[in-house]
Design a protein around this ligand. Structure first.
Ligand code: ADP
Length: 371
């Protein structure tokens, strides 16, 4: 009935984009310093006489939320209770950019739509099929026993959707495919999906591991962490902030966390912006190569997320660097944004696709099933 999203929260040019049933897009620009303001704007737009699809917010029967970290407590979606909220808070230190914001969303809805049931769909839940040798870190085992320190992985809702959808789209049996899904947006992760089950993923205990992201560093030498903390006199909280909010595209370029701004900076000759884009591409390519090894082969590579769906240059550079796997890019087909499409040639040994993610659909169906 309606579809939309809030972007650039915390930046001066934040906006809500709503897609109407006739396909028309409406953009409402409004400074949104934090997530509660975004939720309110979404609710207002739903009952707006011009662009809304509801007469009254009372028509809403349930609300589903994407919650990033569910630790080892949640391996599936659940109806939100006070106990669940407490556990989401407990997992906050593992996802400092997300869980507190997710909770704000839940509480903003509680205030406005007091008696409506809410469901949490955990981004970490769907990677629970990883084998122990993939999710364990080579740390003293007691740390796993005491604190459940291990790889969890995130974007599970998206990896689940696109790895299933690509099989439908190509008409192949999901139980017989080796798939690498690359969800690259502001946050980014790759997953190895073997015969329908996730067997590895690039994010770890927290969403800071793995790819170069908008503001997150991704993989980093642990020795560098203690070295930086010593040299700069940083507390653990300050260091956490550095690698989560000040690194990645933003940190290296000094320009922005947004790939569109990086692209514009490169066009105007900014070398640091160019460097970080090269780092970004290289890291994605390396993970796809690693997951091909993890599964002893790869049949399908899927690109999704804001960058994966919309940036032909980055996709093209990644695929061109994977010719050793037999992946061959169809340059013309790759010139696409936000559409399901095969972007490899007919004779490519690996089928490369763009599949726009639909986390909302997954969240809505889990929510409907639970309430
Ligand atoms: P999040 O991880 O916050 O969900 P998204 O998946 O929305 O992020 O991705 C945001 C990223 O996608 C930003 O870096 C943005 O620049 C990029 N992006 C969105 N649209 C385009 C586009 N048309 N061309 C290139 N990059 C795009």
């Amino acid at each position: 009935m309606a579809q939309g999203g809030v972007e650039k929260i915390g930046l001066p040019d934040s906006f809500l984009q709503v897609k109407l049933p006739n396909g028309e897009k409406v953009k409402i620009e409004k400074p949104m310093p934090e997530h509660t303001v975004g939720i309110q704007l979404i609710l207002d737009s739903l009952v707006d006489p011009k662009i809304g699809c509801l007469k009254d917010l009372k028509e809403i029967n349930a609300v589903g939320h994407r919650v990033v970290h569910g630790g080892e407590k949640f391996n599936q979606s659940v109806v939100i209770t006070p106990e669940v909220k407490k556990q989401i808070i407990e997992c906050s230190e593992l996802a400092p950019l997300h869980n507190p914001a997710n909770l704000k969303g839940i509480e903003a809805i509680e205030k406005t739509l007091s008696r409506v049931p809410q469901v949490a769909v955990f981004d970490s839940a769907l990677q629970q099929t990883m084998p122990d040798y993939a999710y364990m870190y080579a740390l003293p085992y007691e740390l796993y026993q005491k604190y459940a320190i291990r790889r969890y992985g995130f974007h599970g809702t998206s990896h689940r959707y696109v790895s299933a959808r690509v099989c439908e789209f190509l008409g192949v049996d999901p139980s017989k495919q080796k798939i690498v899904t690359a969800h690259i947006g502001n946050g980014g992760s790759c997953a190895a999906v073997l015969n329908g089950k996730s067997v590895d993923t690039s994010m770890g205990l927290t969403p800071v591991e793995g790819l170069v992201m908008g503001t997150r560093a991704g993989d980093l030498d642990l020795g560098a962490a203690t070295f930086i903390m010593d040299k700069e006199g940083l507390s653990t909280a300050e260091f956490n902030n550095l690698v989560n909010k000040k690194s990645g595209l933003l940190g290296v370029s000094g320009v922005s966390n947004d790939a569109r701004d990086i692209d514009a900076a490169i066009k105007s000759g900014n070398k640091r912006a160019e460097l970080v884009r090269n780092m970004f591409i290289y890291r994605v390519k390396k993970y796809i190569g690693a997951y091909a090894a993890a599964m002893n082969g790869v049949d399908i590579i899927v690109f999704t997320g804001g960058i994966g769906e919309n940036d032909p240059f980055i996709r093209g550079e990644v695929v061109k660097g994977l010719s050793f796997l037999g992946a061959k890019l169809d340059e013309q087909a790759n010139n696409v944004r936000g559409e399901e499409r095969v972007i490899s040639t007919k004779d490519s040994k690996v089928t490369v696709c763009v599949i726009p993610t639909d986390e909302e659909l997954m969240i809505a169906s889990d929510t409907q099933a639970l309430v």
